[in-house]
Design a protein around this ligand. Sequence first.
Ligand code: NAD
Ligand code: TYD
Length: 350
Amino acid sequence: MKKILITGGAGFIGSHVVRRFVNTYPDIEIVNLDKLTYAGNLANLNDIEGQSNYRFVKADITDSEEINALFREENFDAVIHLAAESHVDRSITDPTAFVMTNVIGTVNLLNAAREFWKGDYDKKRFYHVSTDEVYGALGETGMFTETTAYDPHSPYSASKASSDHFVRAYHDTYGLDVVISNCSNNYGSHHFPEKLIPLAINNIKNNKPVPVYGKGENVRDWLWVEDHARAIDVIFHQAKTGETYNIGGHNEWKNIDLIMLLCKIMDEKLAREPGSSAKLITYVTDRAGHDLRYAIDSTKLQEKLDWVPSLQFEEGLAKTVDWYLENEEWLENVTSGQYKKYYEDQYTER
Ligand code: NAD
Ligand code: TYD
């Protein structure tokens, strides 16, 4: 039986990747390693908890001894690495946490792979999950391709860019079999409500102000999280060693247009007067160093590996709203305790 280590599997995207692999490949043992930070939540995986090819290990990727011990005990065939600090606003407040997990944590995993997979590099695979934010910001036109030069601006994107460079360096220097994918903004179920879409859904639901940074003119390219998980599956199994793939849905939205669409969907779902949710929109101070526009060219993935997004945005957004409205307990659990303090620190001074 093959054994894959998935890191960050209790988070938003990681939980979708773990679920997909556990359900699709009963002959592959999935070990989910997660520190369970504020963003990690085992309730995201309730539905697969009891499956015989799934196991959870609580560990911190910044702890090299812990990581080495795990690699010594388990004969992993591959790593799919998603564990990260992932929120740009938090990276502005505390960049060091991002260096520790995203850079040092990734290097710890690479070192363990290098050490414990020696002699077998051609049979093992290290898949690193990254972001389009490493490419920096676009103007009104153009798209990120796999050969766009790195130009990160936030501490988050700088730390992810750094980790990408280390992954490629371990391929070029030691011959590790690595694959990297850089994906655009994801949306869908189990998304922690510090990111734009789940935060706005939660606030609209509770009749609280919906904070829009600056003039709301920044553009993001949104992809349904399950389409991302499927792309990771396809790339993991089919990419050639050392390759990079961009993943995105050709689905650009100005923040304010997205929020207006969300308000319309929420009015309908909550049977509110048309236009009432939009009254909650509140323009707040812009994010420092706010990237204007991201847009991913995923032609390579579509043409070489035959992957295409499965959902139109309007449909995906409506499904996402339904999930949040049907999973009040999940939402209440993650927005109690520390979340309240985070929210006050992040939004009250603006
Ligand atoms: P997330 O914040 O929801 O989840 C991150 C997970 O990593 C959490 O479960 C957390 O507990 C775990 N983690 C954090 N620090 C850890 C540590 N030191 N040791 C072990 N586990 C730790 O993030 P996400 O949105 O699911 O993103 C997952 C990956 O995908 C990240 O690498 C991110 O850079 C990348 N990515 C995210 C997006 C997006 O739109 N969210 C887009 C492209 C790429
Ligand atoms: P976010 O979901 O944090 O993702 P990222 O910064 O990684 O793209 O933010 C998406 C966009 O929404 C980004 O342009 C910042 C903006 N934004 C707001 O306008 N208000 C908010 O409260 C948040 C969290 C984000």
